[in-house]
Design a protein around this ligand. Structure first.
Ligand code: HEC
Length: 141
Protein backbone atom coordinates (compact mmCIF):
# COMPACT_ATOMS: atom_id res chain seq x y z
CA UNK A 1 0.00 0.00 0.00
CA UNK A 2 1.24 3.43 -0.81
CA UNK A 3 1.30 6.15 1.81
CA UNK A 4 -1.54 8.00 0.08
CA UNK A 5 -3.70 4.92 0.07
CA UNK A 6 -3.11 4.54 3.81
CA UNK A 7 -4.14 8.11 4.50
CA UNK A 8 -7.21 7.63 2.34
CA UNK A 9 -8.13 4.44 4.17
CA UNK A 10 -7.84 6.09 7.58
CA UNK A 11 -10.08 8.94 6.42
CA UNK A 12 -12.71 6.44 5.38
CA UNK A 13 -12.45 4.75 8.76
CA UNK A 14 -12.80 8.01 10.69
CA UNK A 15 -15.78 9.13 8.62
CA UNK A 16 -17.50 5.79 8.90
CA UNK A 17 -17.36 5.94 12.65
CA UNK A 18 -18.21 9.62 12.90
CA UNK A 19 -21.30 9.25 10.75
CA UNK A 20 -22.54 5.94 12.08
CA UNK A 21 -25.79 6.36 13.94
CA UNK A 22 -25.10 6.34 17.67
CA UNK A 23 -27.31 4.82 20.32
CA UNK A 24 -30.77 6.33 20.33
CA UNK A 25 -30.70 7.17 16.64
CA UNK A 26 -34.03 6.60 14.99
CA UNK A 27 -35.87 7.62 18.13
CA UNK A 28 -35.27 11.24 17.21
CA UNK A 29 -37.16 13.66 19.42
CA UNK A 30 -36.99 16.43 16.84
CA UNK A 31 -39.04 14.72 14.18
CA UNK A 32 -42.44 16.32 14.59
CA UNK A 33 -44.73 17.15 11.75
CA UNK A 34 -45.49 20.87 11.46
CA UNK A 35 -49.14 19.91 11.84
CA UNK A 36 -48.54 18.36 15.24
CA UNK A 37 -46.49 21.36 16.34
CA UNK A 38 -49.22 23.75 15.27
CA UNK A 39 -51.73 21.86 17.31
CA UNK A 40 -49.89 22.74 20.51
CA UNK A 41 -49.86 20.70 23.65
CA UNK A 42 -53.09 21.25 25.51
CA UNK A 43 -56.24 19.44 24.44
CA UNK A 44 -58.34 22.57 24.36
CA UNK A 45 -55.86 24.30 22.02
CA UNK A 46 -56.21 21.36 19.67
CA UNK A 47 -59.96 21.71 19.97
CA UNK A 48 -59.80 25.35 18.92
CA UNK A 49 -57.75 24.42 15.85
CA UNK A 50 -60.01 21.51 14.95
CA UNK A 51 -62.99 23.88 14.88
CA UNK A 52 -61.08 25.84 12.26
CA UNK A 53 -59.92 22.77 10.33
CA UNK A 54 -63.45 21.36 10.08
CA UNK A 55 -65.03 24.75 9.33
CA UNK A 56 -67.59 24.42 12.08
CA UNK A 57 -68.12 28.18 11.89
CA UNK A 58 -69.78 27.85 8.51
CA UNK A 59 -72.87 27.06 10.63
CA UNK A 60 -71.94 28.10 14.16
CA UNK A 61 -70.89 31.35 15.72
CA UNK A 62 -68.07 31.55 18.21
CA UNK A 63 -66.48 34.59 19.83
CA UNK A 64 -68.37 36.86 17.46
CA UNK A 65 -67.03 35.00 14.40
CA UNK A 66 -68.69 32.65 11.96
CA UNK A 67 -72.28 32.23 10.87
CA UNK A 68 -74.39 34.96 12.49
CA UNK A 69 -77.59 32.92 12.51
CA UNK A 70 -75.91 29.65 13.55
CA UNK A 71 -76.11 27.99 16.93
CA UNK A 72 -73.74 29.95 19.15
CA UNK A 73 -71.02 27.73 20.62
CA UNK A 74 -69.65 30.26 23.14
CA UNK A 75 -71.80 29.53 26.10
CA UNK A 76 -73.38 26.10 25.81
CA UNK A 77 -74.94 24.98 29.05
CA UNK A 78 -74.20 21.32 28.44
CA UNK A 79 -72.08 18.69 30.15
CA UNK A 80 -68.75 17.59 28.68
CA UNK A 81 -70.14 14.15 27.84
CA UNK A 82 -73.22 15.69 26.18
CA UNK A 83 -70.99 17.84 23.94
CA UNK A 84 -68.70 14.92 23.08
CA UNK A 85 -71.65 12.70 22.13
CA UNK A 86 -73.12 15.41 19.94
CA UNK A 87 -69.86 16.16 18.14
CA UNK A 88 -69.14 12.45 17.59
CA UNK A 89 -72.54 11.52 16.18
CA UNK A 90 -74.99 14.42 15.89
CA UNK A 91 -77.72 12.37 14.28
CA UNK A 92 -77.92 9.69 16.97
CA UNK A 93 -77.54 12.33 19.67
CA UNK A 94 -80.45 14.41 18.42
CA UNK A 95 -82.56 11.27 18.02
CA UNK A 96 -81.86 10.27 21.62
CA UNK A 97 -82.38 13.74 23.06
CA UNK A 98 -85.24 15.23 21.05
CA UNK A 99 -86.26 17.65 23.81
CA UNK A 100 -82.78 19.16 23.98
CA UNK A 101 -83.18 20.10 20.33
CA UNK A 102 -86.76 21.31 20.34
CA UNK A 103 -87.91 18.15 18.54
CA UNK A 104 -86.15 19.39 15.41
CA UNK A 105 -84.44 16.92 13.07
CA UNK A 106 -80.63 16.85 13.05
CA UNK A 107 -78.87 19.14 10.60
CA UNK A 108 -75.26 18.93 11.69
CA UNK A 109 -73.05 16.57 9.66
CA UNK A 110 -71.00 13.80 11.26
CA UNK A 111 -67.23 14.30 10.96
CA UNK A 112 -65.97 10.82 11.87
CA UNK A 113 -63.82 12.36 14.58
CA UNK A 114 -62.02 10.29 17.17
CA UNK A 115 -63.31 10.47 20.74
CA UNK A 116 -60.10 12.28 21.67
CA UNK A 117 -60.71 14.95 19.03
CA UNK A 118 -64.32 15.38 20.11
CA UNK A 119 -63.17 15.64 23.74
CA UNK A 120 -60.59 18.29 22.79
CA UNK A 121 -63.30 20.34 21.10
CA UNK A 122 -65.60 19.90 24.11
CA UNK A 123 -62.79 21.01 26.44
CA UNK A 124 -62.22 24.10 24.34
CA UNK A 125 -65.94 24.97 24.40
CA UNK A 126 -66.06 24.46 28.17
CA UNK A 127 -62.98 26.65 28.67
CA UNK A 128 -64.66 29.32 26.56
CA UNK A 129 -67.82 29.11 28.64
CA UNK A 130 -65.76 29.52 31.83
CA UNK A 131 -64.07 32.58 30.38
CA UNK A 132 -67.42 34.14 29.50
CA UNK A 133 -68.76 33.46 32.98
CA UNK A 134 -65.66 34.96 34.60
CA UNK A 135 -65.96 38.04 32.36
CA UNK A 136 -69.63 38.42 33.24
CA UNK A 137 -68.91 38.23 36.98
CA UNK A 138 -66.35 41.04 36.74
CA UNK A 139 -68.79 43.15 34.73
CA UNK A 140 -71.60 42.60 37.23
CA UNK A 141 -69.54 43.79 40.18
C1 HEC B 1 -74.23 22.28 8.46
C2 HEC B 1 -74.19 23.14 9.62
C3 HEC B 1 -73.31 22.70 10.80
C4 HEC B 1 -71.97 22.43 10.80
C5 HEC B 1 -71.00 22.49 9.65
C6 HEC B 1 -71.63 22.12 12.18
N1 HEC B 1 -72.73 22.18 12.98
FE1 HEC B 1 -72.81 21.85 14.98
N2 HEC B 1 -74.81 22.06 14.94
C7 HEC B 1 -75.57 22.43 13.84
C8 HEC B 1 -76.98 22.41 14.19
C9 HEC B 1 -78.14 22.80 13.28
C10 HEC B 1 -77.04 22.01 15.56
C11 HEC B 1 -78.32 21.73 16.36
C12 HEC B 1 -78.54 20.23 16.50
C13 HEC B 1 -78.32 19.45 15.23
O1 HEC B 1 -78.98 19.68 14.21
O2 HEC B 1 -77.43 18.55 15.25
C14 HEC B 1 -75.67 21.83 15.98
C15 HEC B 1 -75.30 21.48 17.28
C16 HEC B 1 -74.00 21.46 17.74
C17 HEC B 1 -73.63 21.23 19.11
C18 HEC B 1 -74.57 20.97 20.29
C19 HEC B 1 -75.11 22.25 20.81
C20 HEC B 1 -76.04 22.01 21.97
O3 HEC B 1 -76.36 22.97 22.69
O4 HEC B 1 -76.46 20.88 22.17
C21 HEC B 1 -72.27 21.27 19.18
C22 HEC B 1 -71.40 21.10 20.40
C23 HEC B 1 -71.80 21.51 17.83
N3 HEC B 1 -72.89 21.62 16.98
C24 HEC B 1 -70.48 21.59 17.46
C25 HEC B 1 -70.05 21.60 16.15
C26 HEC B 1 -68.67 21.41 15.78
C27 HEC B 1 -67.53 21.23 16.75
C28 HEC B 1 -68.62 21.42 14.42
C29 HEC B 1 -67.43 21.20 13.52
C30 HEC B 1 -66.70 19.96 13.75
C31 HEC B 1 -69.99 21.66 13.94
N4 HEC B 1 -70.80 21.73 15.03
C32 HEC B 1 -70.36 21.78 12.62
C33 HEC B 1 -75.08 22.74 12.60
C34 HEC B 1 -73.79 22.54 12.17
Amino acid sequence: MTRNALIFASFILVFTFACAPGPGAGKSKDVKTPHKKALGKKGKDKGRLLIGVYECLSCHSLNGQGAKDGVCLDNLDRSREFLIEHILDPETHVERNPKSYGNQPNVMPSYQLSRKEAADIADYLIALRREKHAAKKTRDK
